[in-house]
Design a protein around this ligand. Structure first.
Ligand code: HEC
Length: 191
């Protein structure tokens, strides 16, 4: 190999090296500053169906009632049925074309079958999770754990699933049986 050929090779290789370095820079994901454990904790609020990750705290439907009137009723109605937002309680449930009372039920719901949270959600723990992360709609995550327990208890009480002064906490919330859980199990058995 002549000297000029060697120089050409070296030049070519160094160009490749520079190019690959430049590429590495361009391809860096540049994801920013890693979050601290405390910062991650604030967002790590998912509660699982079996109650895993439920926080300390407690509340009763009695306590939740007042809070509900102040912070929820304007959207969900005084008894959780009137709306205008989602119905939390008191829906007619599922009915079929063979249901002899279907005309009455359709008329009661203005022609629409409106399922409530109490009828539709398979786990009471998910009600807690949702209220804590998303409600009230105008100020999500503004409620304390005790307030969320009390409001969850109130929604369960409106659906006749617990009594008014039952103290709801991480111990017994996962054990509250929701009517929808059975339907979910039946549907998955049929698959
Ligand atoms: C400003 C109106 C507003 C207020 C106030 C409000 N909500 Fe809601 N809520 C909504 C809307 C809208 C949805 C539907 C949101 C969605 O699907 O993302 C909803 C959904 C829900 C659901 C789920 C309903 C379902 O079956 O899908 C629950 C439970 C709930 N709200 C509870 C509460 C509680 C408890 C409070 C009081 C702390 C509250 N909401 C305050 C508007 C409101």
């Amino acid at each position: 190999m002549s000297l000029s050929e060697l120089t050409r090779h070296i030049l070519f290789l160094s160009t490749l090296l520079i190019a690959s370095n430049a590429n590495a820079e361009v391809m860096s994901a540049n994801l920013g500053t890693p979050l601290t454990f405390a910062e991650i904790e604030r967002f790590s609020i998912s509660v699982y169906p079996d109650g895993e990750n439920l926080p300390e705290g407690q509340g009763t439907a009695e306590e939740g009632k007042m809070l509900y009137r102040q912070r929820c009723a304007m959207c969900h109605g005084k008894s959780g049925t009137e709306g205008p937002s989602h119905r939390l309680a008191g829906s007619v449930g599922l009915f079929s074309i063979w249901d002899p009372l279907r005309i009455k039920r359709i008329m009661e719901t203005n022609g629409l079958l409106v399922m409530s949270t109490g009828q539709q959600w398979p786990y009471a723990t998910t009600v807690f999770d949702f209220v804590r992360r998303a409600m009230p709609h105008t100020a999500p995550k503004s409620l304390t754990s005790n307030q969320v327990y009390a409001l969850t208890a109130y929604i369960l009480y409106l659906n006749d699933l617990i009594i008014e002064n039952e103290v709801i906490s991480r111990i017994n919330l996962p054990g509250v049986e929701m009517p929808a859980a059975k339907r979910f199990e039946e549907a998955s058995r049929q698959e």
